[in-house]
Design a protein around this ligand. Structure first.
Ligand code: NAD
Ligand code: TYD
Length: 349
């Protein structure tokens, strides 16, 4: 059945993989990608599908209420997959207001526009809100985040995402907004902006620069290959139950330092260097303020209900990612010229 779907943040890291999947898999759907093209948005990520008949790009800001209302009137969307966000914890520490505006106000603007367009509990309509496991806060040495785990966000980023999740549920409860939410663990893969751990370290190894490990490096994250996240979003969009939350994770926990050592080894192999070369760049630096110790997801609800599981083993995904960055040095060079240098200086010097 034909549908018109708005994907927000489709020029970003995860959004571009979601847009590609939907445009290629559903030729009968019309996919509208709304993106402000902030420093993190890059239309280069979508070159391979930009001329497809079922794809339209709209440059705009979800914080602009009038613009969002007009866009909904223009396209009469059946569904929204909302990924647009400010997404980097370190930036949220230096500039929380930007996160409140885009992640909270922007989300509420989209909810209002959908509420005005759709009837309560209207069949065939869906607001899919893409969120993060960081809303649950930090775990100790044991335990996993479940969909029922209480929210306990610790950073300005996770607080803004938690707030947006609450608004989505409130609109479901109060106005009959048909919705699903998914909370995913750390993603990695092609097209990730080099402010996040893996692409930053890959870029630094390529340039012989120090690898800045925060604190003692013993912080734990659960890593998922980005395409597996996009596949989960597709499944949840089409088969998820109205009003439900699904946790998405890789069943794949690593301490940062162990992850970095594997990355170093695989980079040495890929570059034909003696194993041990990249590890020499590891430098322990001042910790991130309020740094969450451990995130780990229990994704069994998604697995048991919808039959989703990660398709890639971690080292396979990591090597694939490294080879993508090596083959796309121009992509990296384009985004690391200009403003990136200013950010890097402010964050690490
Ligand atoms: P990203 O920073 O790579 O991309 C965000 C995109 O949103 C960019 O293209 C940017 O231009 C756009 N955007 C920002 N502000 C906007 C605005 N005001 N109006 C319109 N567009 C705007 O982020 P990502 O890593 O791809 O994350 C996408 C979503 O997934 C976010 O909601 C994030 O919270 C969530 N998430 C990310 C991860 C992860 O590991 N990266 C994990 C779980 C959940
Ligand atoms: P990041 O990729 O920023 O994701 P998040 O904070 O959302 O989990 O960071 C992943 C982990 O790596 C986190 O524990 C912080 C750490 N880290 C460093 O040690 N050094 C760095 O330069 C960066 C960017 C992150």
């Amino acid at each position: 059945m034909s549908k018109t779907i708005l994907i927000t943040g489709g020029a970003g890291f995860i959004g571009s993989h979601v847009v590609r999947l939907f445009v290629n898999k559903y030729p009968d759907y019309k996919i509208i990608n709304l993106d402000k093209l902030t420093y993190a948005g890059n239309l280069e990520n979508l070159r391979d599908i930009e001329n497809k008949n079922n794809y339209i790009f709209e440059k705009g800001d979800i914080v602009d209420e009038g613009y969002v209302i007009d866009l909904f009137a223009k396209y009469n969307f059946d569904g929204v997959i909302h990924l647009a966000a400010e997404s980097h914890v370190d930036r949220s520490i230096t500039n929380p207001m930007e996160f409140i505006m885009t992640n909270v106000v922007g989300t509420v603007n989209l909810l209002n526009a959908a509420k005005d367009l759709w009837k309560a509990n209207e069949e065939g309509k869906l607001f899919y809100h893409v969120s993060t496991d960081e809303v649950y806060g930090s775990l100790g040495d044991t335990g996993l985040f479940l969909e029922t785990t209480s929210y306990d966000p610790q950073s300005p980023y996770s607080s803004s995402k938690a707030s947006s999740d609450h608004f989505v549920r409130a609109y479901g409860n109060t106005y009959g907004m048909p919705y699903v939410i998914s909370n995913c663990s750390n993603n990695y893969g092609p097209n990730q902006f080099p402010e996040k751990l893996l692409p930053l370290f890959i870029n630094n190894i390529l340039n012989g620069k120090a690898l800045p490990v925060y604190g003692d490096g013993k912080f734990t994250r659960d890593w998922l290959y980005v395409v597996d996240h996009a596949i989960a979003i597709d499944k949840i969009y089409h088969e998820g139950r109205n009003g439900e939350t699904y946790n998405i994770g890789g069943f794949n926990e690593w301490t940062n330092i162990d992850l970095i050592k594997i990355l170093c080894k695989q980079m040495d192999i890929a570059l034909g260097n003696e194993v041990g070369t990249a590890e020499e760049l590891i430098t322990y630096v001042k910790d991130r303020p309020g740094h969450d110790k451990r995130y780990a997801i229990d994704a069994n609800k998604l697995k048991n209900e919808l039959g989703w599981a990660p398709s890639l083993q971690f080292e396979e995904g990591l090597v694939k990612t490294i080879l993508w960055y090596l083959a796309n040095e121009k992509w990296m060079n384009n985004i690391t010229s200009g403003d990136y240098q200013k950010y890097y200086k402010q964050q690490y010097n």
